[in-house]
Design a binder for this molecule. Structure first.
Ligand SMILES: Cc1cc2nc3c(=O)[nH]c(=O)nc-3n(C[C@H](O)[C@H](O)[C@H](O)COP(=O)(O)OP(=O)(O)OC[C@H]3O[C@@H](n4cnc5c(N)ncnc54)[C@H](O)[C@@H]3O)c2cc1C
Length: 489
């Protein structure tokens, strides 16, 4: 293949969410402009563009859930609602001049490493492009996952996933079913409950829910943050350390201490649900924190309304008319909403990235996802993942991890340029050793305490979460570790 026939970029970034935009801004700030962002949609925002369901909001306080270099004094609430976060990302991208670099409606369809040219050949609907470095900022939670319940496709009513909310579907007076009571489900149920004629919640496992304690940020505080950015930095710092303290409880799991913390959730449940039968249905039977701890003040109250039923029995099948339970009870529905999460450990993209010797990422990850510092995979030179394996958090803002990765990747690119390195490939033994260390550390955490969650892959291995504090990850990613790589000059 003749490279010059195709548009060529030094760096191709895939995805225009927090990760992709943050990476692009870092490049732009350093004076680089030889990069492209491929985005399959027609707007920025990623998670915060796609999840437009009613009530969608962040679970981390706004002051911490934003870029450290672009604090926003205008957040309206402690926990920002989805449209505000999306607007923030759009405005930040515009402010730093990265929008002209984005190729909209341009999904990466496949990418293959060209060993001769030391480039990535990237297939898009508009044709092939090549890039020296490929950064996959495609999001760990960007591919909605529908439940594998028999008969799903036969449903004759309206069916959609919470991340693909059908805003044209009027729920007024409808019999609505919701599968799933995770982070998304508990946010939109209180919003749609007043509209639906009947609302049936199909619950597999009750989540741990604690008070949200959200509130508007008063105008005087916003004015203060504008005038005195240091004040907002101090608030951010306080939230940061509060969250790291919560992290300590999750990372160093102690069943006795965990029971004490669980009391917070149990008290919340008791205060909000008077009916003992419903309360029993909603009482979790696993360690608090093993699945994501959810924040809500209005989910439990919504479940007590006369038009709502919580069904904890197993769903046996979806029929054309509705849902059939394991005891043969039929629940007729007009609309079925799946709040069933994402392909966090088995994204289709993994089957489209071809590294050295024609090996796909899905093959390299045959025994589970793994990447050195969540970023680099042996056999995939000049490929960087953002929010790759074991970089997720159960306690704090993902933007902290994203910024650590931006720094690491940026340092890697700088080192490659300085040393005139054509290709870097993480040494297999380094990756192996790192992964062993990670899995060993995960053993003592609450996430590996026995519950079934999306943090675990189909083998029961935790390939999604970072088993420590965010400052430890920051320290590990502060400098590019050239020794960990085989370099081709
Ligand atoms: C409902 C929900 C709530 C969340 N709440 C929180 C929270 O409270 N706190 C927190 O820290 N984190 C939260 N998260 C996690 C959140 O995903 C991250 O915080 C962050 O937004 C991830 O940013 P990202 O850029 O890595 O990925 P994303 O925001 O998912 O962006 C990925 C981008 O890549 C694009 N893309 C994907 N595949 C391709 C392709 N093949 N070609 C081209 N483009 C592609 C997508 O269209 C998307 O724009 C939440 C996630 C969800 C789904």
């Amino acid at each position: 293949m003749e490279d010059k026939e195709f548009p060529h970029f030094e760096v191709a970034i895939v995805g225009a969410g927090f990760s992709g935009l943050g990476m692009a801004i870092r490049l732009k700030k350093s004076g680089q402009s030889d990069f492209v962002i491929l985005e399959r949609a027609s707007d920025t925002g990623g998670t915060w563009r796609d999840n437009s369901y009613p009530g969608c909001a962040c679970d981390i306080q706004s002051h911490l859930y934003s870029f450290s270099f672009a604090l926003n004094p205008n957040w309206s609430r402690l926990f920002p609602p989805q449209p505000e976060i999306q607007a923030y990302l759009r405005e930040t991208a515009a402010r730093y001049g990265v929008l002209p670099h984005i190729h909209w409606n341009c999904p990466l369809l496949g990418a293959a490493w060209d060993e001769d040219e030391k480039n990535w050949q990237i297939t898009t609907p508009g044709g092939l492009i090549t890039a020296h470095v490929l950064v996959l900022a495609t999001g760990p939670l960007s591919e909605p996952s529908l439940p594998g319940i028999p008969g799903l496709a036969s449903f004759k009513g309206k069916l959609f996933h919470s991340a693909q909310w059908d805003h044209a579907c009027d729920l007024t007076g409808k019999r609505v079913g919701v599968i799933g009571t995770g982070a998304s489900g508990i946010q939109f149920v209180p919003e749609i409950q007043p509209q639906a004629a009947r609302l049936t919640i199909f619950q597999r496992t009750p989540p741990w829910i604690v008070p949200r304690q959200d509130r508007p940020i008063p105008a005087w505080q916003r004015a203060l943050y504008k005038k005195l950015p240091l004040a907002q930095r101090l608030v951010r710092l306080k939230i940061y350390w509060q969250r790291e303290a919560i992290g300590a409880g999750l990372v160093y799991y102690n069943p006795a201490r965990s029971k004490l913390i669980a009391q917070l959730g149990l008290n919340h449940l008791k205060r909000q649900i008077a009916d003992p039968a419903l309360r029993a249905k909603l009482t979790p039977n696993y360690a608090i924190g093993c699945k994501r701890i959810l924040l809500s003040d209005d989910f439990y109250p919504a479940l007590t309304r006369p038009n709502v039923e919580v069904v904890a029995d197993r769903v046996a099948a979806i029929t054309p008319e509705g849902v059939r339970l394991a005891d043969d009870r039929e629940i007729p529905l007009d609309v079925l909403i799946c709040a069933t999460g994402f392909h966090a450990t088995d994204a289709p993209l993994f089957t489209k990235i071809k590294g050295r010797e024609g090996r796909y990422l899905s093959e390299a990850w045959g025994k589970g996802m793994r990447a050195y510092l969540g970023a680099t995979v042996s056999g995939f030179p000049n490929l960087f993942l953002m929010i790759g394996p074991n970089t997720g958090l159960g306690h704090s803002s993902m933007v902290l991890m994203i910024e650590s990765q931006i720094k690491y990747i940026f340092e890697a690119l700088r080192a490659m340029k300085k040393e005139q390195i054509k290709a870097i490939d993480v040494r297999p033994e380094i990756l192996e050793h790192y992964n062993e260390w990670l899995q060993e550390r995960l053993k003592g955490t609450v996430w590996n305490s026995g519950c079934k969650s999306w943090y675990l892959d189909k083998r029961g291995q935790n390939t999604t979460l970072w088993p420590g504090f965010t400052f430890t990850f920051r320290r590990l990613t502060r400098h590019f570790k050239a020794d960990a790589y085989n370099s081709t000059l």
